[in-house]
Design a binder for this molecule. Structure first.
Ligand code: ATP
Length: 131
């Protein structure tokens, strides 16, 4: 029977899940569901959510971009930054959102770094349930 293992790597953490039933992730091209037996695939992660479901429940992460691949029954996620839902510091994300909004206001909306920072902060707040 096909199985799915998930290996998540970010600069500050590694998480491994065995016998995964289902994964949902936000690829740069849209949302993708991965079940055991999924075809091999390589893609880019957007700023969004990663959900891993096992028999023990669901783990939800905020992801700030990166890459993923499914190969031989292993989904590898290489994230630029990633936080588990319960690790998200809401005050920090609110401050980051305020800073990005102020930078966008003073640049007339044209600062691409501020736009991406705003997306990261909004994503963290949404996943923490505070968006
Ligand atoms: P900030 O301006 O608050 O640093 P940022 O979007 O610039 O936010 P990143 O560069 O995406 O931050 O991430 C840097 C590191 O800080 C990563 O390890 C990331 O997981 C962590 N991080 C960023 N924001 C938060 C948050 N609100 N709660 C928990 N960890 C966070």
């Amino acid at each position: 029977m096909a199985t799915l293992r998930v290996e998540i790597t970010a600069p500050d953490k590694v998480e491994v899940f065995e016998d995964v039933a289902y994964v949902s992730l936000d690829a740069s091209t849209g949302s993708l569901g991965v079940l055991p037996g999924h075809a091999d695939i390589l893609g880019e992660l957007g700023i969004g959510m990663l959900l891993v479901r096992t028999s023990e429940g669901e783990k939800v992460f905020a992801v700030a971009g990166g890459f993923f691949e499914v190969r031989d029954g292993v989904l590898r996620v290489l994230a630029d930054a990633l936080e588990r839902q319960d690790e998200i510091d809401v005050e920090r994300a609110l401050a980051a959102r305020r800073r990005a909004e102020q930078m966008l206001e003073s640049s007339g909306g044209g600062d691409p770094k501020a736009r991406v920072a705003l997306m990261r902060a909004r994503n963290r707040l949404r996943i923490a349930g505070k968006g």
